[in-house]
Each structure stands twice: as structure tokens, then as C-alpha cells.
Ligand binder design. Structure first.
Ligand code: ZN
Length: 397
């Protein structure tokens, strides 16, 4: 984990957030270890530790010393100091979780909840579900440090408002953070679902990767980009929308966005289900496609392998352009496993530059359908525990 070391110019309290950033990895450290790690004077370190202990962000523990001497006091991140509410709202189903500050799931629910019911019915349901789950886990709203929500469409970074989301009627410009935050009295952050999946997978499964791409293949196709260990959202929050990149094989096909030739219109789950129906095979959505592939249906297997190659073709250009070290494949269709990964790898390794693929890993998501809620929690914790926010929380009134 890369941490920014506090500079000696920081005041005793203003550097507390950076110190917490070091302890967030969960490892207990003694004063001596922290002095060595930060280069701070003992007195400055003591003031920062006191400030963090008083806010319960860290707790003192007794570390046994091997020399047989008196046990030294060590400090460790208090992951139970607050709880986080996280929601991953998809096109048709939702996953909700209560987590601790290390994003461990304390309670979780999955439910059918079509997003096209509109913002108020969906968010009213979400508010009620959050309240029920808090009660179940024995926590109260006063212990919640923030709420993270993933939405299945473009979300403007900063305001957290959906922008022209194609499958979310009534949601365009809806003030999700203000609406929910106003009712529950805690800060709310909203982002595109693929962005939070990238955050979740990076945090939980691939923390060592500096440059990672998370590709969601579900009803549609999109990707989240981790660049230099941070989520890259682009100027308006629209980065990673690879589903609407033009591909030669789709030129005769009109996409739900209104253009012809989009990748999603030939390789997305909805497109594959439609193609199977045209061949007389019953398939309503991406989950049916996965079921058919797992059952060995020849047409479905051929289609998904071809979809893997189509997506691989687009990703081969992205690999040349961005040079990621890991590409993670998630979303409903990633559950078809090797059937989708095979075609994808084949094209990426043959089309991308050798230098870009030399150390490239292409793998299925480890978190699976939990990537979104874990990522929503990561988004909240990163915000709440950012050095500036922590410094303000420990500043004397
Ligand atoms: Zn399109």
C-alpha cells in the first residue's frame, strides 16, 4: 500500500488523517514503529494519536514483545468505529449491505427491484431497507458514517446525479444524494455501478495492481478504470463507456442508444438473448444466456465465445492505449467463466502490443455479484477517512 507520509510542516492535528491512512491497513503498530515510519517527533505523534483515539478511529492494544520486556502499547485501526450502508442498484435487481469500515459485510440482502419504477419509489424502498437492516445488525443511524449507491447509468461526478441514463426513466438529473441524505441525515455518495465494481475488486482482490480495468458484461457492457490506484472518471464521469464503441460486425444493428454499430448491440447480454430467440431458443435476459451456456446449449456457447472475441477486439485497443496490468471480467455473463474468457484472451493477446501484454492478467471477478456493494462501501470509507475529512473530524471546536 502506498501512503503519503506526513510532512513536518503539518500541524499536530492536521496530520492525524495521514497517520490514520497508514494504520488503515489493519496492522497494529507501536509508537516506536510509527516514529520510524513517519519521521515525526514523539510529541507530535502523541498528539495525533490522542486525537485519533478520542474520535475512536484507532484503539490502543497491548503488543507482546519478544525480548520478554514490558508489553508496548500498539495502535490499531478501529474498523468498528462506524458502519457503512451500501447499495448496488441494477436494471432489475438490487443488492444492499451494511459493512464495517474495513468493508466487511455485516448484513446483506438481494432483491428484485426494477430501476424503471423511478427514483422516489426506488429510493423510498432503499431507505426502508437500510433502516430494517440497521436494526437487524443492532446499529443505529447515528453510527452510520455514510451511504454509497451504485446506479446502472452515467452519473455526474461531484453531484451524484444520473445524466441521461438510457434504462432509468425519470432519473435524469434526480438529486439522489440530497434526497436520501435529507431523509436519513448522513452523507450520500452515488456513482455509476461499473465504477464502484472496479473500486471493490481493486480494494478486495487486486490491491497490488496500479492500473486495472474492470469490464462488466451484463445486459449492457461498460468498464471502470483504476489508474495509478485511483478511479478515473473522466471530465464528466463518462469514462469507460466501451459498450458504445463502434465495431465492424455491428454496423447493421441499431443499439438502445440510437446509434448503429455499438459493441453492446452484438455482445451484450440483451443482444445475445435476442439472437437466441431469433434462433428459436428461449432466453429472456443475460442470466438465461448464462444458464444455457452452463447447460451446454451449442448456439449459446457459440454466441458467447463470439461475444468474447468482439469484446476482446475493443479491449485489445484499450490495452495498447492504457497498458493495464489486470483486466477483470465481471457482470452476469462473467459467470459463464472460461467460455467468455477464452475468446477474449485469444484476441487481446494476438492483437495488443507484446510489451503491453507481457505481464497482463485477464481474470474473472473474485467478488462476483458482491463487487458493487463492496465498492460502494469503499467509496464511502475512502471519502470519510480521507486525510482532510479526518483532520476536520478531530479538529477542536
Ligand atoms: Zn450504443
Amino acid at each position: 500500500m502506498t501512503v503519503r507520509m506526513p510532512s513536518e510542516g503539518d500541524g499536530p492535528i492536521s496530520g492525524a488523517g495521514t497517520l490514520l491512512g497508514i494504520l488503515r491497513d489493519g496492522q497494529a503498530r507501536t509508537r516506536a514503529e510509527l516514529v520510524q515510519l513517519t519521521g515525526l517527533a514523539r510529541s507530535t505523534l502523541a498528539q495525533r494519536l490522542d486525537a485519533l483515539v478520542s474520535q475512536q478511529w484507532i484503539v490502543p492494544t497491548e503488543e507482546a514483545v519478544s525480548s520478554g520486556g514490558r508489553p508496548a502499547v500498539a495502535f490499531t485501526f478501529n474498523r468498528s468505529a462506524r458502519v457503512v450502508l451500501a447499495a448496488d442498484l441494477g436494471a432489475t435487481h438490487a443488492r444492499i449491505a451494511v459493512t464495517d469500515l474495513a468493508t466487511e459485510v455485516l448484513a446483506e440482502r438481494a432483491a428484485e427491484m426494477p430501476i424503471d419504477r423511478g427514483p422516489e419509489p426506488t429510493l423510498t424502498w432503499l431507505q426502508r431497507t437500510f433502516e430494517e437492516m440497521l436494526t437487524e445488525t443492532g446499529h443505529s443511524m447515528a453510527e452510520v458514517c455514510g451511504i454509497g449507491v451504485g446506479l446502472p447509468g452515467p452519473v455526474e461526478h461531484g453531484s451524484g446525479r444520473p445524466v441521461n441514463p438510457p434504462i432509468m426513466p425519470g432519473w435524469d438529473g434526480f438529486p439522489v444524494p440530497e434526497w436520501l441524505g435529507g431523509r436519513l441525515g448522513v452523507p450520500v455518495l452515488a456513482d455509476n455501478d461499473v465504477n464502484i465494481m472496479a473500486l471493490g475488486e481493486h480494494w478486495a482482490a487486486r490491491p497490488e495492481a496500479d492500473h486495472l480495468i474492470f469490464v462488466k458484461i451484463g445486459t449492457g457492457i461498460g468498464c471502470g478504470i483504476i489508474s495509478d490506484r485511483r478511479l478515473h472518471r473522466g471530465a464528466q464521469g463518462a469514462a469507460g463507456d466501451i459498450g458504445h464503441i463502434r465495431v465492424a460486425s455491428a454496423l447493421d444493428t441499431v443499439c438502445r442508444c440510437g446509434n448503429a454499430g455499438c459493441l453492446e448491440a452484438v455482445a451484450g447480454g440483451a443482444a445475445m438473448a435476442a439472437r437466441l430467440r431469433a434462433q428459436g431458443v428461449e432466453a429472456a435476459d443475460s442470466r438465461d444466456v448464462v444458464r444455457l451456456v452452463r447447460g451446454g446449449n451449442t448456439q449459446a456457447v457459440q454466441l458467447i465465445r463470439q461475444a468474447g472475441r468482439e469484446i476482446g477486439d475493443v479491449l485489445a485497443s484499450i490495452v495498447n492505449f492504457f497498458n493495464p496490468s489486470v483486466i477483470v471480467i465481471g457482470g452476469d455473463l462473467s459467470e459463464a467463466g472460461e467460455q467468455v474468457l477464452a475468446g477474449l484472451r485469444e484476441v487481446i493477446y494476438s492483437r495488443s502490443l507484446p510489451l503491453a501484454t507481457q505481464h497482463l492478467t485477464i481474470t474473472a471477478s473474485e467478488l462476483g455479484d458482491r463487487a458493487g456493494v463492496i465498492g460502494a462501501a469503499v467509496m464511502v470509507v475512502d471519502h470519510v477517512l480521507s486525510p482532510g475529512t479526518v483532520d476536520r473530524s478531530v479538529a477542536p471546536d
